[in-house]
Structure formats: structure tokens, C-alpha cells
Design a protein. Structure first.
Length: 491
């Protein structure tokens, strides 16, 4: 869904291929990270993590790949990382990373080194999540309810604990900490928000955990257990989105005292589907939310366990309208939005860019795929809930560069069957890619044109919905439709 109608999702273009896991074979890409240089985007670096190590994939390609940083501990949960870009007062810039198995690491723009703390405790290897708050670095220690923080402006040295276990009424370990800037009625304030594995959500105000009067608990709420991993909370546009077993909730709604009833959750329109996935997959790594201001959407990835042969899917939120859709057939294991694009990693060692109008545009040049789409409108009684209706014609209105290939059906009385297939595309696909293909040789998409045609319909019922399915190999959106129907009596 978008501001006007619905558009077919972007396609996928391969950037890097063949990243190796700890077995030496192409394997799951678990984290994508950007070193966002202060000297400009030309000096940015893109990294991809597997359970074997961290790879520099800035230039893309098919390898052969050697980790820039091989993990000391491979396999298991290695490669699931959190990270921050950090610049000190004199302009030195680092990418700071905490890995689920290998702890705290520092990249200075050239080399990787193990992070260190003075005093001998805690061990940096046990730091599994990192965040910045009030110019301090904070860390989550593995399998504890303790956060650790450095002095203002430091990335190494003496750390001090914040013991949170006595605040976790539902118990469990500390999952994630995050900075959240909000106007709470007394001006802008950098709050520290905390999430436990039991589902306790805490918000603190202040600037200095060393002084009790300058580090105050604002409130504690139970919001449902989060999925495993350190990506349940995501910052976006002055708010924090939280993925839990209740659904997707906003921190601002929690702080405002709104109950977690279905109509107050961000995911209220997809609760039935979201909770089903969460019940089955809450213990699987790979839940993540990533937002793209440029595209106007947020993607909530849904993991798939090893050996699962079902088609992958993700939930997509239109940031402006609050409408949801489902991305299908994209094997998204992790995501990262940067100036280079909206990138995702898959289970077979590839990094992709979410762009274009075709799927599976590989580096090897194998045949790309059209994007299949489908939708079902809500059921409408058409102002006469007790009377029978018979839809006679449906006329969709499209905007696109080629004639759409689609099938339209009329469903009655709450039939939730998935819409059927569609006819093949007519003509050659517009497969030319900007900055890839040659101008006078590639087949380029034409200008956008409005298109519509009248389709007959059949059947009869009291409540009516329109189902559509099709495939697209170019830009395509549906803006609306005309429906011609007759109304009968109650019998």
C-alpha cells in the first residue's frame, strides 16, 4: 500500500555472492553493517557477517571471499551482531560491534581490534549488544540482567554496571537497551529504554547513572516477550518500534499510558498473522525491523528455521498511511538501510539490493524472475448487509510501463482463499538495469501510462470482496477499480 493505491514491491539485485560460513560453504548472512565515514559516502564501507567472520562487501562481486575479521568463536550464534557508528570530540570515527558469541570489537576505518575494559571485569567477549546514550557507550552482558557503561566519550576503559534484575518483575535476562529522544512535556530528553526477555519494558530519564537523582525510572510496563536476539527494538523518526509476542507496538503509545488492546498496536491490522508467526518462531534468530525513509516503508522480517521449505515472507508497513502488506519470495535473514540502498542478506551467502522491478537479478546473469503479487480487499456489504449481490463487471485502474498480466475474481461471504494465478506477461520484459546494461542494447521500460479494461464476474453473496493476482516485470501500481453489481432481496 502507498499514498495512492497499491504498488508491486521492489525487486532484488545481487551485490555479493558466495560468502562463506564456518563450514567453508556459502552460508547464512546474519548481519549487514555500514561504516558511515565522516569524510563522506565515498569512504563508506559495507560489511556482512556470517558465523565465520566479518566480510568487506563494499565492492560486491563473487569472491573468493576471506573474512576481514575471522571470528575466534565460529558457528553457533556467531555473526548475529549489533553496532553503532561512533565519533569522538576530535573527529575520530569508529564502527563499534558486539557479536552474540565473540563480544565487543572496534573498527577504526582500516583494522579490527578486540574492545577492552580496564579492571579485568567484565570480559568484553561477553558483551552482546551495544548502544549509545547521552554520549556514553552502553553494553548488554550475555545471560545477565546487567548493562555496563563507559565514561562520557570513551570507547574503552573503566566500566560501571547498571543492575536491572530487580526491575524485571517478569524475570528473564536483559535483551536490549536503546536511546530514545522524546519531548515529554519538559523539553527534549534522551531516555534510555530497556527490554527484558520476560517482556518488561522500562524507561529511564537522566544523564548520569552514577548519581541516583540523575537516573530516574519513569515507568515499567509488561508488553509481551520479545523474540530471541537483540533486534526487538528499532529507532524510527522520534519513536521506538518494539516487536513482541503482542505484536508491533510504539514506545510513545506505551509511555502515553495506552493499553495494549488490539486497536492501539501498530500491527492491529495484521495481528492474526503476526501472532501466528511469533508463536511458532519466537525462538528463532532473524526477527528485525528496518525502515527506509526514502521508500516510505518499514520491513519486519520473519525468520525461517533450518530445513523449512515454505516460501519466506516479511511484513511491510507504509510509514505514512499505517497500512500493511506482505513481501513474499524474498529470503531476508538480515537488513541494513544506508545511503547505498536497502540491502538484505540471505541464507545462501548472498547480499541483495531491494530495487528494480525484477527478482533474482544475479551477478552470474542467470534468468531473472517476475514478481508475483496478490491482494484481497476487505469484505463490504455494499450498504445492504442482508441482501444478496451479484457483481457483473470489475474494471481495475493501473499505472505502469507495460500491459499488466493479472486475474481478477470476486469472492463472497468471507472466503479467504488465496487468489489464483495469472496469465504470462505479454512481450519481452524490460530487463535493462541502470548503471549495469548498455544504453543502445538493453530493453528499457517506457513511460508510465494509465491502463484499465473491463472484466466480467460471476457468483452471488451478501458480502463482497475483490481478489486479484498477477505478475509484473516493470513498475506497476493499481490506483482503484470500478465495480458494477446488482442488489437482490434477502432470499
Amino acid at each position: 500500500p502507498r499514498e495512492m493505491g497499491c504498488a508491486v514491491r521492489p525487486g532484488s539485485v545481487e551485490l555479493a555472492h558466495g560468502l562463506l560460513d564456518d563450514t567453508g560453504n556459502p552460508g547464512e548472512v546474519r548481519t549487514l553493517m555500514t561504516y558511515a565515514a565522516t569524510t563522506g559516502a565515498a569512504d563508506n564501507l559495507e560489511f556482512a557477517c556470517t558465523d565465520a567472520g566479518i566480510y568487506d562487501v563494499t565492492l560486491g562481486g563473487s569472491g573468493p571471499w576471506v573474512p576481514m575479521l575471522p571470528w575466534d568463536i565460529t558457528g553457533g550464534n556467531a555473526g548475529w551482531c549489533s553496532f553503532v557508528n561512533w565519533t569522538n570530540l576530535v573527529g575520530d570515527h569508529w564502527l563499534l560491534v558486539c557479536d552474540e558469541a565473540n563480544g565487543y570489537w572496534i573498527f577504526d576505518g582500516t583494522d579490527w581490534s578486540q574492545g577492552s575494559f580496564s579492571g579485568g571485569s567484565p570480559d568484553p567477549v561477553n558483551m552482546v549488544q551495544i548502544s549509545e546514550w547521552s554520549n556514553r557507550l552502553l553494553f548488554v552482558e550475555r545471560d545477565t540482567a546487567t548493562a555496563w557503561y563507559l565514561d562520557v566519550g570513551d570507547l574503552a576503559g573503566q566500566v560501571a554496571p547498571i543492575d536491572l534484575g530487580n526491575r524485571f518483575i517478569k524475570g528473564g535476562y536483559l535483551v536490549q537497551i536503546l536511546d530514545w529522544t522524546i519531548d515529554d512535556g519538559e523539553g527534549m530528553d534522551d531516555k534510555l529504554v530497556v527490554l527484558s526477555s520476560g517482556g518488561d519494558f522500562l524507561a529511564f530519564s537522566g544523564i548520569n547513572p552514577d548519581v541516583a537523582s540523575e537516573f530516574v525510572l519513569d515507568g515499567r510496563w509488561f508488553i509481551g516477550a520479545p523474540p530471541v536476539g537483540r533486534r526487538a527494538m528499532s529507532s524510527w523518526a522520534g519513536d521506538v518500534m518494539i516487536t513482541t509476542s503482542f505484536g508491533v507496538v510504539r514506545a510513545s503509545s506505551i509511555i502515553a499510558g495506552r493499553p495494549l488492546a488490539a486497536n492501539s498496536r501498530e500491527s492491529k491490522n495484521i495481528t492474526r498473522y503476526f501472532r501466528t508467526d511469533m508463536r511458532e518462531l519466537i525462538q528463532e534468530y532473524g526477527w528485525q525491523a528496518e525502515f527506509s525513509a526514502q521508500d516510505g516503508f518499514g520491513v519486519f522480517s520473519v525468520p525461517r528455521p533450518a530445513g523449512d521449505t515454505r516460501s519466506p515472507h516479511q511484513y511491510c508497513l507504509n510509514i505514512d498511511t499505517g497500512a500493511w502488506s506482505v513481501f513474499r519470495d524474498l529470503d531476508i535473514r538480515c537488513m541494513e538501510k544506508s545511503v547505498a540502498g536497502f540491502h538484505f542478506g540471505d541464507k545462501t551467502g548472498s547480499v541483495w539490493n531491494l530495487t528494480g522491478a525484477l527478482d533474482n537479478v544475479t551477478l552470474a546473469g542467470s534468468e531473472s524472475k517476475t514478481i508475483w503479487y496478490s491482494f484481497l480487499t476487505h469484505y463490504d456489504p455494499l450498504d445492504a448487509p442482508s441482501s444478496w449481490k451479484q457483481v457483473q463487471f470489475v474494471r481495475p485502474a493501473f499505472v505502469g510501463t507495460v500491459t499488466p498480466a493479472y486475474r481478477v475474481d470476486v469472492f463472497y461471504d468471507f472466503d479467504l482463499t488465496t487468489p489464483g494465478g495469472a496469465p504470462p506477461l505479454a512481450g519481452e520484459l524490460p530487463a535493462g538495469l541502470w548503471d549495469v546494461n548498455t544504453w543502445d542494447q538493453a530493453n528499457w521500460a517506457g513511460a508510465l501510462n494509465s491502463q484499465s479494461d473491463l472484466r466480467g464476474a460471476s457468483g452471488m453473496g451478501r458480502h463482497v470482496a475483490i481478489a486479484m493476482s498477477g505478475q509484473a516485470g516493470s513498475i506497476l501500481a493499481i490506483l482503484g477499480m470500478d465495480v458494477v453489481y446488482t442488489v437482490g432481496g434477502m432470499l
